[in-house]
Design a protein. Sequence first.
Lengths: 400, 130
Amino acid sequence: MSRPASYQGVALVCPVSVGYAKQSEKGAAYFIGRSLGEMIQQAGIKKDDVDGLAISSFSLGPDSVISLCQHFDISPRYLEQLPFGGASGVIAMRRAARAVQMGDADIVACIGGDTNQAGSFADLIADFSTFTRDASYPYGAGGPNAAFALITQHYMEQYGATREDFARIALSQRYNANHYPGALLGHKTLSMDDYLNARPIAGPVHMFDCVMPCAGGEGFLMMSVARAQSLNLPYVMILAADELHHAHRDDPVQFRAGWTEYASALYEQADLGPDDIDLLQTYDDYPVISMMQMEDLGFCKKGEARDFVRNTALTFDGHSFGDTTNACLPHNTSGGQLSVGQAGSAAGFLGLVESIRQLLAQAEKNQVANARHAMVSGYGMINYDRGLCSAATILAKGDV
Amino acid sequence: MSDSFSQSLPPRKRTVLGEQLQPFAEKGELHLQHCGACQQWSYPPRELCGHCLADALSWQLCSGEGQVLSRIDLHNSFEAYFSEQLPWSLLSVKLDIGPVLYVHGEGQSGQRVNVKLQLDAASAPVFRAE
């Protein structure tokens, strides 16, 4: 099988996170447009310098990416809409990188943005897909909670992971969020007792395993390295990236995803190993999924993520919520969706945007010291009983 | 089903394909989509055979014998019918003939069950493990 060609020559610049709110009366175009406005201001370019849009949104309908051209009064020559939820950020990045490499666009704005209006989350899950309408929703299994509860229960029975293990992820992320001003739950601390005594939601899934739906936008600009340098913009490079969807489709219950099929190739292309990764951003729509990513991306063996999180400090500064911590892997360094909030498709950009900030040393109180290499993983779209999308990338700070 | 005190009804909405289970549920006969070309079973309902893409699916009587993959109690629901009766038990079952179904009913992971097609309180088709 062929492998993705090099991503050489493309630069990720101007990471932005905007407008986070628990609810909003504004529409998705607001959050996407504010992201675009903020990134062109950061870049010091004109609106019309952006000639490509790669957009993800659940709540943009009945509009689409082409509608946004009129909303924002722009004339792009490259458009992409990516309905891939938690994998949309890495996928948008891959598409936009190729567009820039091939000359289909000079500057692509990659943005995930969604609103969260009263009742909109309930509406979304009531009719998420034809399969959920027929085969999940009539059983009370509307939305991701039930599907992930079944996956979590199965994972716990199979590998002996406990709620305390999941808590180590949630507590570490809350600690990170306590140092990231943009996190909607960053003003609250979370203790092991809080976590364990939380309201039950579905099976082993309790309150602090679930993300809080919210409104917000996340994005970055993609351009050539030469353009970034001429604009004096510090940039991040893509060392490797790949995606694979609906892998392992004969597994009766999901306990792994497509990452297993390309993780080692990513490391090979990047000429790095898991030990060289300074920060990891997984898609944390439930801690068990983060544990799956730690396994499938090679940080530990399948089923051993429980030991990994017991023995590894997962905070940005090495503060530990484990037992006998002897290693550190800063994970979901802004707090992840669990503590920042899940702004629809923007949540699929959260880890990517945060990684760009970290590698450019533009994070504030939650800055990881000496962050050189980041791995970002995406996952999403619970079409029925499992997440279908997988994507991952390894990023590095660009040469100045 | 302990719905005698419930004011609300389960969600009635199905796709056009999902609605096709209705007459079989009324008779209590388990049917799933079977492919006349490759002889495999498909679920959830779909337009073409999920295995060989042949336009050869038809609803056929089948065995409900299977094994519980995972089982949870729901403690939260956006639907009044379920939220009035929490906790609500939910199982995923792998039928011996192939497909994985979410079903109502009781059981533990690994347990053998027999899945039936029935009408729920909204007179809509649902699967239930016994």
